[in-house]
Ligand binder design. Structure first.
Ligand code: BTN
Length: 224
């Protein structure tokens, strides 16, 4: 990712994404990470809020923009959680899930040549029915900074084929009948894979659609 990893720690911030964005300049070292103990206006994908109480992992990493970076980040978080014995899977594009509940998420914001990769992991409970956390899923104790260290190591650049292979192995989406879309419409079909840019390929009535963003939910059970 970089020759020297600079990690900047904060107590409470509005969003680590905003703090990281302010640091962007031609001289910024790629790989700089902004971490906070708590966020007051944590941001999720598609304009959502990311609940960010003290105890969770909230980090924004400044990287060179790359179409696969968001999948790479999701893979890194899932692998970190698996190392703790948690059966984490990825719901396209990069929701980190445990048995249908969300435990982590990735938000990528591009600014010029840079991508600010926001990583959120629920280490402690958040008041949402649809969410779970590390504390609830395992008795293994991990510090925020140790988990972050693993994640950063696994986000190092790797070949697209390697990303695709790892993503498929961790996917809770590929192979399932899904409903995918946004406010402008929904598509139902079988998720058959991802392309080189991380877009989801959905076969609907024999036509393969290439989906670049949106929300995805399974209409078939994971083990069906
Ligand atoms: C999502 O699943 O919707 C993405 C959630 C991303 C949350 C992280 S926490 C660190 C960084 N700062 C933010 O405000 N958001 C991201």
């Amino acid at each position: 990712m970089t020759d020297a990893r600079q990690i900047i720690y904060h107590g409470c911030v509005s969003s680590t994404q905003s703090v990281a964005k302010k640091l962007l300049s031609p001289g910024i070292s790629v790989g700089t990470v902004v971490v906070a103990d708590k966020q007051e206006q944590g941001r999720g994908r598609l304009g959502r809020t990311w609940l960010s109480p003290v105890g969770g992992l909230y980090a924004s990493i400044i990287l060179q923009a790359d179409p696969l970076i968001s999948l790479r980040a999701g893979i890194a978080v899932a692998k970190g959680l698996r190392k703790l014995g948690i059966e984490a899977k990825l719901r396209w594009p990069n929701d980190v899930m445990v048995e249908g509940k969300k435990i982590g998420g990735i938000l990528v914001e591009v600014s010029g040549d840079f991508a600010i990769v926001g990583v959120g992991v629920n280490l402690v409970p958040v008041p949402l029915e649809s969410a779970t956390c590390v504390e609830e899923e395992t008795r293994v104790h991990i510090t925020r900074d140790r988990l972050l260290d693993w994640i950063l190591q696994w986000m190092e650049p790797s070949l697209p084929e390697e990303v695709a292979r790892e993503y498929k192995a961790l996917s809770a989406t590929i192979g399932h009948v899904v409903s995918v879309g946004d406010k402008s419409g929904k598509l139902v079909g079988k998720a058959i894979g991802i392309d080189d840019a991380g877009r989801l390929l959905v076969d609907s009535a024999g036509v393969v659609h290439v989906i670049s963003s949106g929300d995805c939910s399974n209409l078939t059970q994971e083990d069906s």
